[in-house]
Design a protein around this ligand. Structure first.
Ligand code: NBP
Length: 478
């Protein structure tokens, strides 16, 4: 009888192929399957020597090659193809077997699939796998949902192939059903915000100070030695320092300035709206990409007036680079605070019991937002005295205290110079709104009651009230 595989991977495009190789490199026997057999053969021809692979030619052969309970990983294009693959394999599996979806599925689809397969005695583990093909091979952060029972069987394998930071795996059981894909979605939303903030920092240094991309690359390299140390800051320096071979110009100047997106940022914002969670930093990042792509709108707006002053001068210029570092750090803290808030809200809504500290811990390696400061989030949520918002945790409160003057200078300089900084501005507005003892929401309630008799609550007594705006303006209990 042929060797029984510890895990099987079906669909061997870039992600599936590299995850299969990663399992094999860690000593696991991996069954391989693909709709078009050529991919399986190509993997065997090129990488068959890297470990124990069991290439298979049909779904039946694939399933038969797996040790029980069967662990079957699906790395398919997210959406309808995922259902197609589930429908192909579920009838061949037995109670206790598990299907692991490592694609970028929407968490609501994962919840639906998990419930349907649970009814048939099968485990369905929706798993976030960020970082692209390179991390899939060399160690991604892994965010599995699904049942604790499935994790007990699957977790050790996933932990083996995950990134390691301080010898700890960047993989943990996030929570039941769609929790893993939900957290992966918010991870991507935070990634959008982080990238937007970095892009704004670059733009301000370039246009307010007139610095060259090469010089700004140096600034980012310096920042990467400090508290901003992260993968995104590191690669930003690389991109800004790169020269286009064809023209000799800075690479960033020959790239069309229209940012694309695959949709996970949009999902994050849509879900946040449904949950009623203000993730303004993430939303501004999604909108900024969207705005960049509206070439016609931008073309039509070129003649609109802006301020006369075109760059900073004098003493303001000297300290501006440091100010931008502070604004970037403070805004980044806000973006993570908003993301954590959304994770907590999702966890509450769906009863997932997600530990934000454990999530931050597994984001320290193997994903795009890996960063030094994630340790601080883990610390924040490891004690019993957990803050309502990350912003009030002692470390972050102090960082915001130290940064806020610079942050305000950057946002006001951007406005004065006519330079867009939606991420920095939205983050600061969020911070100031939370700090405000009173918000103009009271006036909005008054307006709503005036035009629609929507009622309002009072500060001094319980109940709902309505004022007879069209009559004698007496107040009634509603
Ligand atoms: P793709 O998403 O491009 O495709 C993976 C496989 O989907 C292909 O091998 C193909 O199988 C199969 N497939 C397609 Br396309 N349509 C199908 C259908 N209608 N029915 C059944 N199978 C179908 O591969 P990938 O880039 O490796 O990504 C895999 C998953 O990982 C996706 O969900 C993606 O969002 C996620 N992801 C990707 C990255 C990345 O950097 N690429 C990063 C993070 C997450 P075939 O070979 O038999 O035609």
């Amino acid at each position: 009888m042929a060797e029984q595989a510890d895990i099987g991977v079906t669909r061997l495009a870039v992600m599936g192929r590299n995850l299969a190789r990663n399992f094999a490199r860690h000593g696991h026997t991996v069954a391989l399957h693909n709709r078009t057999e050529a991919r399986t053969q190509a993997l065997m021809a090129e990488f068959g020597g890297e470990g124990n692979f069991v290439p298979t030619e049909s779904a039946q052969q694939f399933v038969a090659s797996l040790a029980r309970p069967r662990r079957l990983m699906v790395m398919v294009k997210a959406g309808a193809p995922t259902d197609t693959v589930i429908d192909e394999f579920a009838p061949l599996l037995e109670p206790g077997d598990m299907i692991v979806d490592g694609g970028n599925a929407h968490f609501a689809d994962t919840r639906r699939r998990e419930a349907a397969l649970r009814d048939r005695g099968l485990h369905f583990v929706g798993t976030g796998v960020p970082g692209g093909e390179e991390r899939a091979l060399h160690g991604p952060s892994i965010m599995p949902g699904g049942s604790a029972e499935a994790y007990a069987s699957l977790g050790p394998l996933l932990e083996d192939i995950s990134a390691k930071v301080d010898d700890e795996p960047c993989c943990t059981h996030i929570g039941p059903d769609g929790a893993g894909h939900f957290v992966k979605m918010v991870h991507n939303g935070i990634e959008y915000a982080d990238m937007q903030l970095i892009a704004e920092a670059y733009d301000l240094l370039r246009r307010a100070l007139g610095m060259t991309p090469a010089r700004i690359a140096e600034v980012f390299r310096t920042w990467n030695q400090g508290r901003l140390e992260s993968y995104l800051i590191e690669i930003t320096a690389e991109v800004l320092g790169h020269t286009d071979a064809a023209t000799g110009k800075p690479f960033v100047d020959v790239v069309l300035d229209q940012a694309e997106q695959k949709g996970t940022g949009r999902w994050t914002v849509q879900t946040a709206l449904d949950l009623g969670i203000p993730v303004s930093g993430i939303a501004e990042a999604v909108f900024a990409r969207s705005l960049s792509g509206h070439a016609d709108l931008r073309d039509a707006s070129q003649g609109l007036p802006g301020p006369a002053g075109r760059s900073l001068g004098g003493s303001a210029a000297e300290s501006f680079t440091d100010d931008v570092e502070q604004a970037l750090y403070a805004s980044k803290i806000v973006a993570y605070a908003q993301g954590v808030h959304q994770i907590q809200a999702g966890s509450q809504e769906y009863g997932w019991g997600i530990d934000p500290g454990a999530v931050a811990k597994i984001w320290r390696g193997g994903c795009i937002i890996r960063a030094r400061f994630l340790n601080r989030i883990t610390e924040t949520y490891s004690g019993t005295d957990q803050p309502v918002t990350l912003l009030t945790a002692p470390y972050f409160r102090e960082a915001l205290q130290a940064a806020q003057d610079a942050w305000r200078r950057v946002v006001s300089s951007a406005a004065e110079l006519g330079l867009p900084a939606p991420g920095f501005s939205a983050a600061l507005a969020y911070y100031d709104a939370l700090r405000s003892p009173r918000l103009p929401a009271a006036l909005i309630q008054g307006q709503r009651d005036f035009f629609g008799a929507h009622t309002y609550r009072r500060t001094d007594r319980d109940g709902a009230f309505h004022t007879l705006w069209g009559g004698d303006r007496t107040e009634q209990s509603a």
